[in-house]
Design a binder for this molecule. Sequence first.
Ligand code: SF4
Length: 495
Amino acid sequence: MSSPISKSAFIKAEQCLKHFYLYKNHPYLRDALSKDKQFIFKRGTDVGIFAQHLFPGGIDVTAGEKRDQQAFAQKTKDLIAQGIRTIYEATFIYDNLLVMVDILHKQDNQWIAYEVKSSLKITDTYVKDACFQYYVIKNCLPGLIDFNLLTLNPKYTLQGELEIGGLFKTTSILKDAIKNTEYFAHKTQLAKLTLEQGKIPDIKIGTHCFQPYECDFLGTCWKNTNDPASVLTLGKLTKQAMFELYDTNIKRIDQIDISTITQKEIRVQVKAAIEQKEQIYAEEVKTFLSNIKLPVCSLDVEVWMPAIPYYQGTKPFQQIPFLFSMIHEDNSILKHYSYFKPIEEDLRKEFLEHILSATKEFNSILMFDKSLEETVLNQLAELFPEYRNDIAKLKSKIIDLAEPIRKGNYYHPGMNGNFTLKSLAPVVSEASGFNELDIQSGISAMYIYESLLVQNTIETETTKQQLIDYCEMDALVTYRLMNFFMNKTGHALPQ
Ligand code: SF4
């Protein structure tokens, strides 16, 4: 008999049977896990372990064992037989289907299962996962009377000692699980049949490659579409619209009838790909630049969003600003300044005072996609109302350089359908900049900041510098983007 079908494998079968088949039989073809995904998975595991405090004193089935799921299932059986009341990572195999559940707890002689999600919300996918777990466990353990999802409670605020009961929210999915028993019996048979057929299912790429999760085999299935002229690079099109073209045999951008495209931001992308040159609406960009007043600086802020609140008065996943970098020009020399908040202390007030003082003398503050920075400033204004006017003044000086890109007033074929600052970096300056950095995304920056909690002082200094380098690069590319637009349009800032 083949190895059991796990919950992860079953969810893949639900998304695409080819995904499932490749996962089971050709795992070596999987794409390398990005750093961002690795961090997100680790956070999930950490929150799962933390939730064990809700039911202390349990036994972890996986502790000290090598990864052998059959042995985990046997150990779970043994622990239940021995009368253990709380089991972590309890493992069950039924009909060659395998599930593990974060916490299994016996209450009044009846079993209740808890699956932990590092999230504020319950999604349909979480419910489906949990129903599958219930289906398998109920068949192994008839005494199971309920199955709950534990999510982080968005209303919880840390006041004094962390109160674990209030931090997590419990939601039963029992009704859904009972209603869907037949569904799982049928769908798991279909998955098994796919494996028995012994050949990769012939399934075309489509919107399902990204729903509910981005597939791990894009590198295999999508390799023939890796052409900058493919319609699948039209980043401003919805996935559905992209595949409507692709499936009607319009596979290359130059096959599109441009007169049928009404949205400017898509039209510039199509034109740029066909003509292989940048598209610029110089007058519109010039009008935009005329809002910039000297002296000007660029600014970037990094935030930490701890799942489990770390500072008094904060909630799960609250955005805590910890670093800002700014760039300005002084006698044609670029100057940079950064403020870094140590993780141990809640120095948000100092952070705010530094950002206000550093930007005070500037009449324009450049950002690229100001939404995060604005949210952070709004939160700080609520927290420190005495600075409300200063914050409002700072906000009034923000110029968002993402705007001309968003409105389709500038597009370069080298952006390949991406509209991020990172995709613009090689366009606005010769070196790509970001590629040489240890940290390459805001998500990574956030998790790497969190790792400071367990680092020694030497490691801390290195990490701090890596974070500053990343933030400064964001601010630098933003500043260069302004100069780039000025060169392109011939606009000069009034002295
Ligand atoms: S990339 Fe798409 S078609 Fe290929 S296995 Fe994944 S989901 Fe299926």
